[in-house]
Design a protein around this ligand. Structure first.
Ligand code: PEP
Length: 250
């Protein structure tokens, strides 16, 4: 019912030349994986080069962030219309943006609404820190972040949303959650989406797991009923990303 979805977040890695090289190495294997929506999210500087290489393929492009204003005096920022020139998707509210760049539920929400207005599909990231996890606050934090990010999202846009549950303690640490624990949170997120938009819409929304996903552990996540794919950091910079996409296709 929901097409599996795997997105590679390259973060602040790869020059244009390196990005071209990586796409030409991975492209063939990735294109061969069918029945999965595959998306690459390179840095802004490589979007044009990667878009040129991926044109005409079934591999989509995403940006890693986006400002909410349409244009103007916002030095260093990138506007929705600029993202839309290259990307169908944009990652919003990644924990690294929250942790290092002061993003809040409120600013994530502004970006989500700007994405909605401009017809860009947001990949909205939520997830608890290690301290919050230890304090038993996972459900509460994920609920607050999800509600905060999605305030004002309209019912007809909701089914296209992509949510990524990314426990902060699992990102880049090699300490992935278990499939079972992630499923528990994904189930809570889907129930919340049903509260917000109705069950039919909630059943269409892809909810990804992110946090140290590899080719070796991907199947454990994808076998869970409410895990519809993965947002992948480190492993998206190597062939392992193809193995993850393959696991999603099964
Ligand atoms: C991420 O940055 O979204 C992520 C999940 O990273 P990693 O796969 O490296 O844990």
């Amino acid at each position: 019912m929901r097409t599996p979805f795997v997105a590679g977040n390259w973060k602040m890695n790869k020059t244009v030349a390196e990005a071209r090289e990586l796409v030409s190495i991975m492209g063939v294997g990735l294109k061969a994986v069918k029945g999965v929506e595959k998306v690459i999210c390179p840095p802004f500087t490589s979007l044009l080069a990667v878009a040129n290489l991926l044109g005409g393929t079934d591999i989509g492009l995403g940006a890693q962030n986006m400002h909410w204003e349409e244009k103007g005096a916002f030095t260093g920022e990138v506007a929705p219309a600029m993202v839309k020139e290259f990307c169908k998707y944009v990652i919003l509210g990644h924990s690294e943006r929250r942790q290092y760049f002061g993003e809040t539920d409120q600013t994530v929400n502004k970006r989500v609404l700007a994405a909605q207005k401009n017809g860009i599909i947001p990949i909205v990231c939520v997830g608890e820190t290690l301290d919050e996890n230890k304090a038993g606050q996972t459900a509460e934090v994920v609920r607050r972040q999800t509600l905060g990010a999605l305030q004002g999202v309209e019912a007809d846009f909701a089914p296209s949303l992509v949510i990524a549950y990314e426990p902060v303690w699992a990102i880049g640490t090699g300490l992935a959650s278990s499939g079972e624990n992630a499923q528990l949170v994904h189930g809570q997120i889907r129930a919340l989406l049903a509260e917000l938009f109705g069950q039919a819409a909630a059943d269409k929304i892809r909810i990804l797991y992110g946090g140290s996903v590899t080719g070796a552990n991907a199947a454990e996540f994808f076998s869970q009923p409410d895990i519809d794919g993965a947002l992948v950091g480190g492993a998206s910079l190597k062939d392992d990303f193809i193995a993850i996409a393959e696991a999603a296709s099964k």
